[in-house]
Design a protein around this ligand. Structure first.
Ligand code: HEM
Ligand code: HEM
Length: 236
């Protein structure tokens, strides 16, 4: 018999990370597209984004069970098995009975979702690296533009405005499309889980630990991430 219970999947630090990231990235697009004086704020938002990304990398080693890289970064074999299972499965099968080849319920990020999460974090990092070496040819220059050659600044500005920008739009659209697909085709509301953290699943499935102590560790890691960004910027 299947006994189910509400289990915490996304701990508070992971959820806060996600929704803060959505906020700062949305504002980055807005301020970047308006340009002009808004680029100063744009740069500060970029440093906030970098702080969040460094935090998420650290949390990938110390965070709640389902936020750990070791639980969601798939091996090529897991990825292939998932693609096969997915193509055979009934799209309306609820998540808690969706199983991988070892009969382990897929609860956190699914393997394809995990790849897209990593790609988003990587592209955001490249956007920040290119941003600090970009200028707008008028009044704003990223803090590292004076440390590199003019050709590098030109290349980074081109990458930032033409390649990174459109690649991010593509990946983020895909991300939102996947969430909508899960909602309307697979009948699973992943967004609620990213809001309150809980999912109704088999009682035997491991829960993330989201205690006060863990949250304090997250806060300390967040401060450490901000310090790392501060030190990086003081290299200019
Ligand atoms: C700027 C836009 C966005 C970015 C950059 C973004 C980025 C991310 C990242 C990095 C993760 C992985 C979280 C982690 O493991 O720490 C994630 C997961 C997730 N995001 Fe977003 N996100 C965006 C917009 C949205 C929106 C608008 C929604 C919902 C309406 C959403 C819903 C979710 C959900 C439900 C997950 C968990 C997916 C799963 O269950 O595997 N995201 N997102
Ligand atoms: C995730 C982080 C970032 C995102 C999503 C982002 C996004 C954008 C967007 C959408 C534009 C407008 C491109 C266009 O008009 O075609 C832009 C322009 C710009 N961004 Fe960023 N940006 C980020 C980080 C940064 C950072 C950290 C800096 C500098 C410290 C920076 C410096 C600039 C500059 C100088 C421009 C103007 C480039 C030009 O005039 O061609 N960006 N950014």
């Amino acid at each position: 018999m299947n006994s189910q219970r509400n289990t915490i999947i996304w701990d508070l630090p992971t959820r806060l990370f996600h929704w803060l990231l959505v906020l700062v990235v949305a504002l980055q697009f807005l301020t970047g597209l308006i340009g002009g004086d808004w680029l100063t704020l744009h740069a500060y938002l970029g440093y906030a984004t970098l702080t969040l990304i460094i935090f998420r990398v650290l949390w990938g080693f110390l965070g709640g069970y389902w936020s750990l890289f070791s639980t969601f970064v798939p091996t090529p074999k897991v990825l292939l098995n998932y693609a096969r299972t997915f193509s055979r499965s009934n799209p309306r099968t609820p998540n808690n009975s969706e199983q991988d080849s070892n009969n382990t319920p897929l609860v956190g990020h699914n393997p394809l979702g995990a790849i897209s999460v990593l790609a988003m974090l990587l592209l955001l990092t490249l956007q920040i690296i290119s941003g600090v070496m970009s200028n707008d040819d008028i009044s704003f220059a990223g803090p590292f533009t004076s440390k590199v050659s003019n050709d590098t600044v030109e290349f980074m500005t081109w990458y930032h405005s033409c390649v990174g920008f459109y690649s991010l739009i593509f990946l983020i659209s895909l991300h939102i499309f996947a969430i909508l697909f899960y909602k309307f085709v697979m009948a699973q509301n992943l967004t609620f889980t990213m809001v309150h953290g809980y999912k109704k699943i088999e009682a035997s499935v491991e829960a993330s630990i989201d205690t006060k102590e863990k949250r304090l560790i997250a806060l300390a890691l967040f401060c450490l991430s901000a310090l790392i960004v501060y030190l990086l910027l003081s290299l200019t």
